[in-house]
Design a protein around this ligand. Structure first.
Ligand code: APR
Length: 235
């Protein structure tokens, strides 16, 4: 039976693919105001601006590729039962081949009726004002905005509660409830964090790998495989 490995990823894992993070220098929130583009109030007052923001990000994501970190995570599926719980709305984990990806904050290549969240459609194109779902309502990005419920949170918590290894890659751990996931990791599980600027995590037992994702993932994989070898020798 393979050990359960949860990868909890944030914008930092896509940084080396060329997608800007949110809170780093030149991050997205330095050039856009959250309250203008990523809240239900923004959508109600200026849907055109909100759609423009996500249309630009969708076009950008179409032009980039998964990086070594995404690809190495896929390779770990050979040794572990891997679940990726990502805050990212890009599809780079899927394009790298990861089989189990859970998007806590939605997906840029999906859209939905603004009135019925069950009416979800794939899209690689811009969403426009006046473009309607089958219920006749305006289509919106299938993204979790600030102040909105995080529908996948319960499922994510259940997955984290069962894990043997929990790895944070590229998240500033400042957005809740996503950042609270680390508190559901079982006592006997091993925790790692990969980030060039390690964020406050408040966890004395976490193993720190202060490197960019594409380098840190190699160090992590080496450590995990050594651990697995030791464990198998103990049997
Ligand atoms: N490799 C690994 N980590 C990196 C790299 C890199 N090459 N470059 C930057 N980072 C780290 C930063 O040090 C930071 O800790 O990635 C993290 C990015 O933090 P944020 O920009 O806050 O992104 P994230 O944590 O994903 O934000 C959470 O906030 O804006 C909302 O919904 C949005 O999902 C997002 C949520």
């Amino acid at each position: 039976m393979k050990k359960k490995l949860v990868i909890f990823s944030g914008a930092g894992i896509s940084a080396e693919s060329g997608i800007p993070t949110f809170r780093d220098q030149n991050g997205i929130w330095e050039t856009h105001r959250i309250e203008e583009v990523a809240t239900p109030q923004a959508w109600a007052s200026n849907p055109k601006l909100v759609l423009k923001f996500y249309n630009e990000r969708r076009r950008k994501i179409l032009k980039v590729n998964p990086n070594k970190a995404h690809l190495e995570i896929k390779k770990l599926e050979e040794f572990f039962e891997v679940v990726v719980i990502t805050q990212n709305i890009d599809d780079l984990h899927e394009r790298a081949g990861s089989k189990n990806v859970l998007h806590l904050h939605g997906e840029i290549f999906k859209m939905r009726s603004e009135k019925n969240s069950n009416l979800v459609y794939p899209t690689k194109n811009d969403i426009k004002v006046g473009q309607l779902a089958e219920d006749g309502e305006q289509l919106r990005p299938h993204i979790v905005w600030f102040f909105e419920e995080v529908p996948m949170m319960e499922k994510a918590i259940e997955i984290v509660k069962q894990c043997d290894y929990f790895v944070v890659i590229g998240s500033s751990l400042v957005v809740y409830p996503a950042a609270s996931l680390i508190s559901y990791v079982p006592q006997n599980a091993l925790k790692f964090i990969i980030d060039p600027q390690i964020p406050n995590h408040g966890d004395k037992d976490i193993f720190v790998i202060q490197k960019p994702a594409t380098e840190g993932i190699i160090e992590l994989a080496t450590k995990l495989k050594k651990l697995m070898t030791k464990l198998s020798l103990l049997k």
